[in-house]
Design a protein around this ligand. Structure first.
Ligand code: NI
Length: 168
């Protein structure tokens, strides 16, 4: 495994649509392993392949809603699609590709995603709160959509100093 560079907002790839993953091979596994190492090193809660310069439909999300004492879970989503969403949450969102920028974004409170795993098997997974927000944010990346275009407004420096904010 190796960490890869996370591209920032100047990189045109971030605004392009990613292609579906068709080969569930060693190259994909290497990409996913490298993305995991990159994400864990970054301190963020989600990462999409285009953020490491690869226009393929693959994302990682860390499930942080786990019982106390249990490890957070890393979820690999290949060719993910949101199949159900409900409720609403309004809160701060950030992105590893937009360091130090946060904005208020409205997202569903509960989201169910259908995706393939690294071997091509289909599965569904549901998330709530931050995990639901993260599913939406990362899947948006695969369509070249970044959170700053969805923000109702950006947060001020003063607001940033007051609260804990997760990066996706
Ligand atoms: Ni992001």
């Amino acid at each position: 495994m190796a960490t890869r560079n996370i591209v920032t907002k100047e990189e045109p790839l971030l605004y392009k649509k990613s292609r579906p993953v068709k080969a569930f091979d060693a190259r994909l596994h290497q990409l996913l392993d490298d993305m995991a190492e990159t994400l864990l090193a970054s301190g963020g809660v989600g990462l999409a392949a285009p953020q490491v310069g690869v226009l393929r439909r693959a994302v990682l999300v860390i499930e942080t809603n786990v019982p106390e004492g249990e490890d957070e879970q890393l979820i690999e989503l290949i060719n993910p699609e949101i199949v159900e969403s409900s409720g609403e949450q309004y809160g701060a969102e950030g992105c590893l590709s937009f360091p130090d920028e946060y904005g208020l974004v409205r997202r569903p409170m509960d989201v169910t995603v259908r995706a393939q795993d690294r071997n091509g098997e289909f599965f569904t997974v549901s998330g709530t709160g931050l995990t639901a927000r993260c599913f939406c944010h990362e899947i948006d990346h695969l369509d070249g959509v970044v959170f700053t275009t969805l923000c109702e407004r950006m947060l001020t420096q003063e607001e940033l100093e007051q609260g804990k904010i997760e990066e996706q």
